[in-house]
Design a protein around this ligand. Structure first.
Ligand code: NAG
Ligand code: NAG
Ligand code: NAG
Ligand code: NAG
Length: 412
């Protein structure tokens, strides 16, 4: 009697467990109930060591966490990756068919070579590319105020007198890394044969900062002394180590803000972003470094010509003629510079959360990133960089192949 009752109890428990399993299965297969709009995403490679917070994204309550244990949560829907922190040796195992993957990458693709061939393992992306799901193209833009403000700038006359008094070259160069994929140091070395260049970074260093100024980076925002010193120069070389559409180094915007004319090599579509057609000297426009040097010298000695590069600073009305840029800035400029990164991440997180919650069909396309290797300036002075590029491309292919395998995506 007692035994029978016990057995009954056991049966009851068993059917209960079975029912629960069935419910869970049905529930998982047929989407989450509309009432509990809740979704969990795990930052597999987080942008900060540890994070765990909730965000209300439209009608979905989202939890973002770096705690990998949360992948066993019933409401877990996918992984987020910070491109800089991704490692091919540490990826999730066995991706399920409904598992969303999102990429946030606010740096050069050089820091994540597999991206050149492996962007399609993600369902959505947030990169410098204007084609990505949540573009970060103007992430490193300064602010409109900084861009057009005259106070951060020395006049042509003052710059010329600094040149004489302080023995400054017309051209400033600050780069810590040599051995670039674009042959930067090879080009600059050649250019240096035709015009004086003060080079402070570890690459091609031939000058040291005056006392009290120690930084060789323009990526920092609050180093007034440093900015004051560099803005005494007329020109600065901004030569990127990776060439992709929409990929624009911080240094480019900062130079414009400081009123130093950039001598630029980088994004092939940079003209779309110049405040005015004449806001930078584009290396691509010159057949040889010697031609370029001659032009710089000319502009360095001619006030009208030099000032024509600084309309964004010097014109009182319509300092920026590029309406596309103005529109983009106004879209961005509502918030302060310090907020921008946080805001970029928040928008990316919410987009990923909502899309994965609704299982929106989406896969990133490789052509969202338009990077070109090799990509050299005219004149064939950088051909010695070719072996580095081959090595990099080889690595990119190999890593992408591994990633595809891990993500269960076939190579295209
Ligand atoms: C380094 O110094 C020499 C001599 O002052 C100068 O002519 C040259 O342009 C400088 N810069 C580079 C990058 O070589
Ligand atoms: C140099 O840069 C670092 C960040 O890399 C910053 O913390 C420091 O304040 C800067 N120093 C000077 C003297 O500007
Ligand atoms: C997410 O992306 C993967 C490949 O990267 C793809 O197989 C899968 O179908 C995508 N999911 C959705 C819901 O589109
Ligand atoms: C560039 O120069 C090198 C060395 O002179 C030569 O071997 C190579 O063929 C040149 N490449 C092009 C595209 O002209």
């Amino acid at each position: 009697m007692l035994c029978g009752r016990y057995r009954n109890g056991k049966l009851l428990l068993l059917s209960f467990v079975l029912l629960l399993a069935l419910c869970t299965y049905v529930y998982k297969r047929h989407g989450k109930p509309t009432k509990s709009h809740y979704n969990v995403m795990v930052w597999w490679s987080p942008y900060e060591k540890q994070l765990d917070y909730h965000r209300k994204c439209g009608d979905v309550e989202c939890r973002f966490t770096s705690d990998r244990k949360a992948q066993r949560d019933l409401f877990f829907s996918g992984y987020l990756f910070h491109g800089r922190k991704i490692s091919i040796h540490d990826m999730p195992e066995k991706r399920k068919i409904d598992q969303y993957w999102g990429l946030y990458h606010d740096a050069s693709p050089k820091n994540a070579p597999f991206l050149l061939h492996g962007l399609d393992i993600f369902n959505l992306s947030s990169t410098f590319s204007r084609h990505s799901t949540v573009p970060l193209t103007l992430q490193s833009f300064t602010t409109l105020e900084e861009l057009i403000n005259y106070k951060n700038m020395y006049t042509f006359g003052l710059k010329t007198s600094f040149q004489k008094k302080m023995k400054l070259a017309p051209v400033l160069y600050m780069q810590s890394h040599c051995d670039t994929l674009t042959g930067r140091e090879l080009y600059v070395k050649e250019l240096g044969k035709h015009i004086a260049i003060d080079s402070y970074g570890n690459c091609l260093k031939n000058k040291t900062f005056p006392d009290g100024i120690t930084n060789d980076s323009m990526d920092i925002n609050d180093v007034q002394n440093f900015y004051d010193f560099v803005s005494k120069y007329k020109f600065i070389i901004v030569y990127q180590d990776m060439i992709c559409e929409d990929y624009i180094a911080d240094k480019f915007w900062k130079s414009l803000s400081l009123g130093i004319v950039p001598i630029y090599f980088g994004a092939p579509n940079i003209r779309n972003y110049l405040p005015n057609p004449n806001s930078a000297i584009l290396i691509d426009d010159f057949a040889t470094p010697s031609d370029l040097a001659q032009f710089i010298l000319q502009a360095s000695n001619n006030e009208d010509l030099y000032t024509s590069f600084l309309y964004h600073k010097t014109l009182d009305v319509y300092p920026i003629s590029n309406q596309l840029l103005v529109n983009a800035i106004f879209k961005e400029d509502i918030f302060y510079l310090e907020d921008r990164k946080t805001r970029g991440i928040a928008e990316f997180e919410c987009t990923a959360c909502v899309q994965s919650f609704h299982q929106e069909k989406q896969q990133s396309q490789q052509n969202e990133l338009s990077c070109e290797l090799p990509f050299f300036p005219p004149g064939n002075f950088t051909w010695k960089a070719l072996p580095r590029i081959r090595k990099f491309l080889e690595r990119a292919r190999m890593e992408a192949a591994i990633m595809h395998k891990m993500a269960g995506v076939s190579e295209t």
